[in-house]
Write a protein that binds this ligand. Sequence first.
Ligand SMILES: Cc1cc2nc3c(=O)[nH]c(=O)nc-3n(C[C@H](O)[C@H](O)[C@H](O)COP(=O)(O)OP(=O)(O)OC[C@H]3O[C@@H](n4cnc5c(N)ncnc54)[C@H](O)[C@@H]3O)c2cc1C
Length: 388
Amino acid sequence: MTAVFETVVVGAGPAGALAAFELARAGRSVALIEKHPLPRDKTCGGGLVWRGRVRLPEGFELPLERECRVARLVPFAGAATVEVTRELPIVSMTMRAELDCALAELARDAGAQLHTPVALQALERGGAGYRLSTSAGEFECRNLVGADGARGVVARLAGFEETLATIPALEAEIECAPGLFERFAGSALFDFGTGAPGYSWVFPKREHLSVGVLAAQRGAKDLRGELERHLARHGLSGSRVRHLSGCVIPIRPRQLCARDGVLLAGDAAGLVDPLTAEGISLALESGRLAGRAIVEADGDPGRAVRHYVRALRAEILPELRWARAFAGLLYRRPALARRVLERNGATACEVLTDIVCGLRSYRGLVRDPRAWLAISGLRLRASEKTTA
Ligand SMILES: Cc1cc2nc3c(=O)[nH]c(=O)nc-3n(C[C@H](O)[C@H](O)[C@H](O)COP(=O)(O)OP(=O)(O)OC[C@H]3O[C@@H](n4cnc5c(N)ncnc54)[C@H](O)[C@@H]3O)c2cc1C
């Protein structure tokens, strides 16, 4: 028997759960299908920055491991660590299995039908929209939300051109001696001093650390070696590795994120900050926008696509364009970036912290000549001249 819904959302990560939640709470008929039984692991540092945390639905209880109000950043190889403090939690540490499961349950409690483990296998146009063949039978829907991650199948099955650009990342959950753990427990560490363009991190969870490394360029080799060097730099070599896994992170939005009644959200659409590679915030936001677009279009697939594209252009894509420009400077012009950071690394770290906290935007930064000059060091030279 075919299960018929106005909307089927594929993938119960943050993007899919938020899309389903938004639809369900507006009283629309929606199924959320996920190929793994929940809770499921997701390769991720599990660091939810403040600009993402404020996008969680009101009243949602975040499964929290730890809150970091201090971030320590190493702006380039050999640089001194810059410590940045905010009153609000800069990064809230979660375990993705718990976070994603809680978000999917939120959608289910709002009225979405949650189907797990159900994997989408094939897709064809039919009925009033799409017919989905899954590991648990047939589904039919007018609107389809592809929230199935960076390696998802919805975009390909729905005929989207493959324009997703991705970078590789490796994450390990490690256990270290109590004295050593305490050294890392109070802050989130971001180390841009990796051998190849990219960065590595140490995130403190309740009783263990998430450590990882990402390469800002495609096809980067020896991430495993980079991770070992990262552990050695921070005195963590020899820690017990509880779990190690790798995955790709999209760094550029698709040229087309929606067409023919199919809305792509989160990683499936390439919506990740290319400088920080932080994707939970935009998965939450784009999932919400996709759900809302279908609600506003009263379920009409053509209008839903138009609403969604308009919303992405207004709320997400311009910011990502500027983020890409800054990421290009940092990762593709390392010599120039280093010259700038040698002079003003501390200011840049403060500004980046403000950005991930949502207190500034990349776009706003470009429009704010004072901040821009402060980072580039030009203001400093001007005032030196005045004093002289
Ligand atoms: C190593 C690493 C570390 C990271 N660290 C951070 C971090 O600390 N903070 C941060 O903000 N971001 C981080 N990211 C990025 C973040 O993990 C992603 O941007 C985020 O998970 C995107 O959410 P999503 O909902 O779009 O997709 P996902 O979370 O990938 O969810 C997609 C879901 O779709 C399901 N699915 C796939 N195919 C099918 C199918 N055929 N049928 C049914 N279901 C399917 C999958 O099982 C999965 O549950 C990291 C990424 C990596 C690789």
